[in-house]
Design a protein around this ligand. Structure first.
Ligand code: BGC
Length: 380
């Protein structure tokens, strides 16, 4: 099978007007029309085609399919069917995520992922979209359970802003159970390869001469990177990795970023880390690896070009060593709504002019097209 070269997105961050999602309620509709994907998806698919991407990761917004607990919305299902079909018609492999941080408001009101009794609601959603997954070869059940649980239940930064280790572990445990159930269901009804997208970071001790910091680093690495995928072990056909940065561990859950090169949110740019996580994940699970996200927010597009070159280089290094890396998806195709940070951070290969409501292709997008055309060689 040919290598998947493409880009990644999530529904809430690009579609606009997801009024049934808990994030909409929480930030009072700050995401607004987002990157207009819900209205302008055809144009976006034209862009993908024009840029030569052969894969596109997108998510299905649960709250559009189930705006209320009782019944599903046929129009929304039909629209997602058309989007997926038109990707397939253009020979762009759709990589479909089923949960990317947002929940329907009604689900959150029930206590969301804190209660395993709520899992059947998620499974009912998965079941209702199976008919439109015809021809889809890759499905991601849940995006970054580690980041979701940490941000929302431990750090208290994202809704519902809880700070509890006990709740964090409960959420992870329900998500694990939901993943396994969804995996089994999808395996019995589709021929897709299924996984999660796991955010992986490189951790180093903040003080190398302090034994306690070495221990904290090993613990951070285990809890953040491996705790969840270890638990779903045999229920993944490949492993999706989202890689962004390296953190120096000061305490559990407290890291600092170092280094000269940073993205617009202060995260260190550390390309070798991508090779290191690929290598470790492959040694641990022996499964094919897909880079389901890797990207930079910056106002300097030359920095994005450099980022792409240096990160793809690391992917090529792993491929050359014979590690089965099956794809690389840049985050993100479009500038979009970066959660609590809003619209300021620009991750896109394509600039979104929110005022004039226009898409503009950046130079980095053209450089990435060259990478795709040469199957990675343009980055070396
Ligand atoms: C998430 C994306 C987010 C990106 C950049 C990932 O953790 O999956 O939704 O936009 O990081 O912060």
């Amino acid at each position: 099978m040919k290598f998947l070269w493409g880009s990644a997105t999530s529904a809430y961050q690009i579609e606009g007007n997801n009024t049934g999602a808990d994030w909409w309620e929480w930030d009072r509709g700050k995401s607004g029309r987002a990157s207009f994907f819900w209205e302008r998806w055809e144009e976006v698919i034209d862009l993908l085609h024009h840029l030569g991407h052969n894969a596109f990761r997108m998510s299905i917004e649960w709250s559009r399919i189930f705006p209320n607990v009782q019944e599903s919305n046929r129009d929304a299902i039909e629209k997602y069917r058309r989007i997926i079909q038109s990707l397939l018609e253009r020979n762009i492999e759709p990589i479909i995520t089923l949960h990317h941080f947002t929940n329907p408001i009604w689900f959150s009101k029930m206590g969301g992922w804190l209660y395993r009794e709520n899992i059947p609601h998620f499974i009912r959603f998965v079941e209702s979209v199976i008919p439109i997954l015809d021809g889809v070869k890759f499905i991601i059940t849940i995006n970054e359970p580690n980041v979701y649980a940490f941000r929302s239940y431990m750090e208290g930064y994202w809704p519902p802003q809880e700070k509890s280790i006990r709740k964090t572990l409960r959420v992870l445990s329900s998500m694990k159970e939901a993943h396994v159930k969804a995996y089994r269901l999808l395996k019995s009804r589709t021929s897709a390869s299924i996984s999660i997208a796991q955010n992986m970071m490189i951790f180093e001790p903040a003080w190398t001469y302090s034994p306690i910091h070495w221990i904290l680093t090993i613990m951070s690495d285990y809890l953040f990177n491996w705790y969840f995928p270890d638990r779903i072990g045999k229920y993944m056909d490949f492993l999706g990795i989202n890689y962004y940065s390296r953190g120096f561990v000061r305490w559990l859950g407290n890291i600092e970023y170092r280094g000269e090169e940073r993205n617009c949110m202060g995260w260190e740019i550390y390309p070798q880390g991508l090779y290191r996580v690929i290598k470790k994940a492959h040694a641990r699970y022996g499964k094919p690896i897909m880079i389901t996200e890797n990207g930079i927010c910056t106002d300097n597009d030359f920095q994005r070009i450099k980022f792409l070159k240096e990160h793809v280089e690391q992917v090529m290094r792993a491929r050359e060593e014979g590690i089965p890396v099956i794809g690389y998806l840049y985050w993100s195709l479009l500038d979009n709504y970066e959660w609590a940070e809003g619209f300021e951070p620009r991750f896109g290969l394509v600039e979104v002019d929110y005022e004039k409501q226009k898409y503009r292709i950046r130079r980095s997008a053209l450089f990435y097209s060259e990478i795709i055309e040469t199957d990675g060689l343009a980055a070396l």
